[in-house]
Design a protein around this ligand. Structure first.
Ligand code: FRU
Length: 489
């Protein structure tokens, strides 16, 4: 693993020329994605500022231009007409003021009238490396790029730790007010959310209080990237608790969970209807953010980072890493959250591949298990060798209704200490799988959205095979490229 000095990690990007050679080099990797948004160079992490404005979808990602390292973070901008095809739009926010001198960290977007506003964390550090997180705002300019406000909206509170970041802005009609949810940590190191309120978007912000999440007063050491959305009358609270291990999650200390319940803005209380659930059961899924301005009260749209904060991936050797997941549609049905791949992704199908045991590098796999066989165990092993050995192995145990995904059989192993085997418990017998395979990621959507599992995977040439149990119908579609990875800085 390459060692980076602080100076190297926090280098400022002065000109596209600084990274043009890196772009050429990164572009040649066999692990570059075909239909997922990925870093133009270097590292991508959290999705930011996700919204639909005047018919265009805007998405940004946390971007470190220099390589596979969490250093000076920019917001890199991509746009899409349909959440399926994307193009690079250049740097969205740069760490170029005193308030964000060491990074434009995560945040969200909201439309008001004809305008589009962004809220982000200015990560300031002084000469002694002491951090002050500012909540800052920007507005989309005529040229299609965010323009920062000269001053932050507010600074951190000193009755919480320095971990106060990732503003999620929402408008509440009943109160006729805007609220900002900030991921935070108490002084005794418990994860929480701070809430600010204002009648105006760009001024008048005051601290409303700490969000009380009933039963979750001691759950993780910091809640990154909070997000709240109402779907079909149910409030969905999503956040990424860290510095804690959770049952069934091996050695990982970074998670992305959700709660269904009711948000009361009078008492700043979120009352969950039931326990927490994992947004995704995979090895690599974090910091998911829902879009604003979806325009349908019965649907949310969410995108996550395929990656985890403390993990390392094989493409580090090539000086890049990370990818966005596919956008997902969220629905609430019978008190459950369902997550399905974005409608329209079928447009990328590029003909059916023969279901003959070979696996295309970019494909969608549809598996339907014969109803008569749903009480039986089932196996689907991707990226095996020609003889069926090795690979990314999914085993469904019918007795416990649990899928177990085991990546120890892949040639390229990574993050071994975090755990290479994870369970995905189901409420219903396994009946179908929809799997999106790209050059360095695999995303499983199970039982029409009951559960999902996302992982990075870095197959070698001899591993493009699969095996599947009898009693299942399998269809494989090759997938077309949908992201124009031009060098736009
Ligand atoms: C989550 C996170 C955020 C922060 C950003 C910095 O992965 O740590 O809390 O704003 O990444 O890149």
């Amino acid at each position: 693993m390459r060692q980076w000095t602080q100076e190297e990690r926090y280098r400022v990007l002065h000109s596209p020329d600084d990274i043009s050679e890196l772009f050429e080099r990164n572009s040649k990797s066999v692990y570059r994605q075909t239909y997922h948004v990925q870093p133009v160079t270097g590292l991508s992490s959290d999705p930011n500022g996700f919204t639909c404005h005047k018919g265009t979808w805007h998405l940004f990602y946390q971007w470190c231009p220099w390589g596979a390292v969490h250093g000076l973070k920019y917001w890199y901008h991509v746009t899409s007409p349909d959440l399926v095809t994307w193009k690079n739009a250049g740097v969205g926010l740069r760490p170029d003021t005193i308030y964000d001198n060491k990074g434009t960290h995560s945040g969200s977007a909201i439309c008001a009238g004809d305008d589009l506003y962004f809220f982000y964390t200015g990560n300031h550090r002084d000469e002694n490396w002491v951090r002050t997180p500012y909540t800052c705002a920007a507005k989309l300019g005529e040229d299609g790029n965010p323009k920062k406000l000269p001053k932050p909206l507010f600074g951190p509170r000193d009755d919480y730790s320095e971990h106060q970041r990732d503003p999620k802005v929402v408008y509440n009609e009943e109160k006729n007010k805007y609220y900002i949810f900030i991921g935070a940590q108490t002084l005794d190191k418990k994860g929480t959310v701070l809430i600010y309120q204002s009648e105006e978007l760009l001024s008048g912000w005051s601290f409303a209080g700490q969000l009380n999440v009933v039963g979750f007063e001691d759950f993780g050491g910091m809640w990154e990237c909070p997000y709240i959305v109402n779907i079909s009358g149910t409030d969905v609270l999503i956040f990424s608790p860290q510095y804690t291990k959770l049952p069934g999650r091996s050695e990982s200390t970074n998670h992305n969970v959700y709660l269904l319940g009711k948000m009361d803005y009078d008492t700043l209380t979120f009352t969950p209807e039931s326990g927490y659930k994992h947004l995704d059961y995979g090895f690599d899924f974090y910091a998911a953010q829902g879009a604003s301005n979806v325009g349908d009260p019965d649907k949310g749209i969410l995108i996550g980072w395929i990656g985890l904060p403390d993990n390392h991936y094989p493409t580090e050797e090539e000086d890049w890493e990370g990818s966005m997941g596919l956008p997902r549609e969220l629905r609430v049905k019978d008190g459950k959250l369902l997550q399905t791949p974005i409608t329209g992704i079928e447009k990328l199908r590029d003909g059916e591949a023969p279901a003959d045991g070979t696996l295309p590098a970019a494909c969608e796999i549809l598996v339907d298990i014969d109803p008569a066989r749903q009480a039986e165990d089932f196996d689907l092993n991707l990226y095996t060798k020609a003889d069926g050995s090795g690979g990314l192995r999914l085993h469904y145990d019918a007795a416990s209704k649990t899928c177990t995904v085991d990546k120890t059989g892949l040639n390229k192993r990574f993050n071994m200490a975090v755990g290479e085997v994870l369970d995905m418990p189901l409420e219903n017998p396994l009946r179908n799988l929809r799997i999106f395979v790209d050059h360095s990621s695999t995303e499983y959507f199970v039982n029409d959205g009951e559960a999902t599992f996302t992982t990075h995977s870095y197959p070698e040439a001899e591993e493009f095979h699969y095996t599947v149990s009898d009693g299942a119908a399998i269809k494989i579609y090759k997938m077309k490229p949908s992201v124009k990875d031009d060098f736009v800085i």
